[in-house]
Design a protein around this ligand. Structure first.
Ligand SMILES: N[C@@H](CCC(=O)N[C@@H](CS)C(=O)NCC(=O)O)C(=O)O
Length: 252
């Protein structure tokens, strides 16, 4: 399924000298998860034309040769930008790399001043290596593991709690993670959204809550969260076929 979300090429007319890629939207390979939301938020914030190419990870579409050619790690999100460097197409996988690429491409939400950029990178990598994977493990052991393993649940729940404490301390004296609103905030907000939607209590982290509410109320973030992929709502994580695709993966 392909869904056109935005297009800036309203007239469809080509100017002289424009390459055939001009006006073609970025393709976003996507499934509605916190990692997918990072990129849809950035595309919306930058008002870049894009089309959503759903990758149904519950059915194994992440293993098709076409998808692996652009995302060899069999994970979404990924993008194909028809107008990459030199005006030629480029594909990018790994959400952090995609955010940095789009930040460099547009000059938005990823400052060029070195000190400011280091701060964005610090919090972006903090998300990529900490908040994201640890939240993922906590969710896995709490909701999807075939049996409840108290040690694993405590280990990842504690680590996520520690990370929220770090974020809360940072946001106590910074409006956004890296000072100004940036790709680092976009990387984190989906995870906090998931926690909040699952009824986890943010009362212990009032600065995280204040930050989350600010982001959630941004029009671009609302649009990104509003993208509907009906097949995703129908996925039943208890279905043995879905579990066989997503869990217990080994080298192929
Ligand atoms: N480090 C990767 C992680 C992406 C990731 O874990 N994506 C998951 C969904 S949130 C996925 O595609 N899973 C498919 C699978 O497990 O086969 C990134 O940030 O892009």
């Amino acid at each position: 399924m392909t869904r056109a979300v935005r297009s800036s090429n309203r007239t469809g007319r080509k100017k002289r000298g424009q390459s055939s890629n001009a006006g073609k939207p970025i393709e976003l390979y996507y499934w509605p998860t916190p990692n997918g939301w990072k990129v849809s938020i950035m595309l919306e914030e930058c008002a870049l034309p894009y089309v959503v190419r759903p990758v149904d990870i519950s059915k194994g579409e992440q293993f098709t040769p076409q998808f692996l050619a652009i995302s060899p790690n069999n994970r979404m999100p990924a993008i194909v930008d028809p107008r990459g460097p030199g005006g030629r197409p480029i594909s990018v996988f790994e959400s952090g790399a995609i955010l940095q690429y789009l930040g460099r491409k547009t000059g938005k939400f990823y400052p060029t001043d070195e000190r400011a950029r280091v701060a964005v990178d610090e919090w972006l990598f903090w998300q990529m290596s900490g908040l994201g994977p640890m939240s993922g493990q906590a969710v896995h052991f709490r909701r999807y593991a075939p049996r409840q393993i108290a040690y694993a649940i405590a280990r990842y729940t504690d680590e996520v709690n520690r990370l929220y404490g770090v974020m809360n301390a940072r946001l106590a004296n910074h409006e956004f993670l890296a000072g100004r609103y940036s790709i680092a905030d976009m990387a984190c907000v989906g995870w906090v959204r998931l926690a909040e939607r699952r009824g986890e209590d943010l009362a212990q982290f009032p600065h995280v809550r204040r930050w989350f509410e600010t982001l959630r109320d941004r029009d671009a973030v609302k649009r990104a969260f509003a993208i509907r992929i009906p097949a995703a709502s129908a996925v039943d994580m208890r279905d043995p076929k879905v579990r066989a695709v997503l869990f217990g993966q080994r080298a192929r």
